[in-house]
Design a protein around this ligand. Structure first.
Ligand SMILES: C[S@@+](CC[C@H](N)C(=O)[O-])C[C@H]1O[C@@H](n2cnc3c(N)ncnc32)[C@H](O)[C@@H]1O
Length: 262
């Protein structure tokens, strides 16, 4: 079998078309864990601002809806690919008496920002943050009441392995939740989406973050998006039951969930 092309890392820089005689170098990112980590290391300082700006503020609503899927679940909840900690914080906002959250991410600059935010909100006693890899979770089997990954799975090639890990570490009757961008179903959104992702997002994202390559990677990654049904299929494959999804904002994002029955 040949090497999966998505694992090949190209040279870290490639030239943009020369403008006014000058060659501008742009970083390129690939769907490889080292490349993805360096992408998030680089954009960490402007991640929150750009998230809110580029989603036109919808990201707050998407996370809120995804976290509502945890209704009735208490004890320790795992937030994988926690980034700057917004999902972890929302988990506590929705139930601050009977929940504790463990947030895990493999990018140190992202986790550092999460730590600062959590401490500013006085939540350091309820939210624990640590560096770690979604593909090999540093926890015993049957530890958590639920595990969630928000906007992290599309950047992971070995999705089945990541989801198997999420299932392994939760208890029986626990829930696995994915919040992810999906390709919209509605006609108007289907037409607007590529324009927005290919023209607007790389320019605004590149300008503010100073890393045009990172925001050029995102639209590409959108076209490799799995549909909510694809995620459902993987969830069933790793043994989850009662699998279902909810479309948000015309299908731009979806919440997919399943329950561990044994
Ligand atoms: C788009 S951000 C999402 C952050 C956060 N969940 C949110 O809703 O804003 C994706 C995060 O996934 C992390 N990530 C990607 N692959 C990972 C892996 N294999 N293990 C741990 N973290 C990973 C990145 O470092 C990044 O912080």
């Amino acid at each position: 079998m040949g090497v999966d092309k998505r694992y090949l890392i190209p040279p870290p820089l490639h030239p943009l078309p020369p403008r006014e005689g000058k060659v501008v170098w742009m970083k390129t990112y690939f769907l490889h864990p080292d490349s993805i980590r360096s992408l998030f290391d680089n954009i960490a300082p402007t991640y929150d601002l750009l998230n809110h700006l580029l989603s036109l503020g919808r990201d707050f609503y998407w996370r809120k809806m995804a976290v509502q899927e945890l209704k009735g679940l208490e004890g320790w909840i795992l937030d994988i690919a926690t980034g700057t900690g917004d999902v972890a914080i929302e988990m506590i906002h929705q139930n601050n008496h009977h929940r504790k959250v463990f947030g895990l991410d493999f990018s140190e600059p992202m986790i550092k920002r999460a730590r600062r935010k959590v401490s500013k909100k006085g939540l350091s006693q309820t939210i624990t943050l640590s560096l770690g890899d979604a593909l090999s979770l540093p926890f015993r089997d049957n530890t958590f009441s639920a595990s969630m990954i928000a906007f992290g799975l599309r950047n992971i090639v070995k999705k089945e392995q990541a989801l198997s890990e999420m299932v392994r570490v939760i208890k029986k009757d626990g829930k696995v939740i994915i919040l992810e961008f999906t390709f919209p179903q509605k006609e108007l959104m289907r037409r607007l989406y590529p324009i927005y992702f290919q023209r607007v997002l790389p320019r605004v994202g590149g300008f503010i973050s100073g890393d045009r390559g990172a925001y050029a990677y995102l639209p590409e990654s959108v076209f490799h998006f799995a549909s909510a049904e694809n995620y459902e299929e993987i969830m069933r494959k790793v043994g989850l039951e009662n699998v279902g999804f909810q479309s948000l904002t015309g299908g731009v994002a979806s919440v997919i969930s399943g329950i561990k029955k044994c």
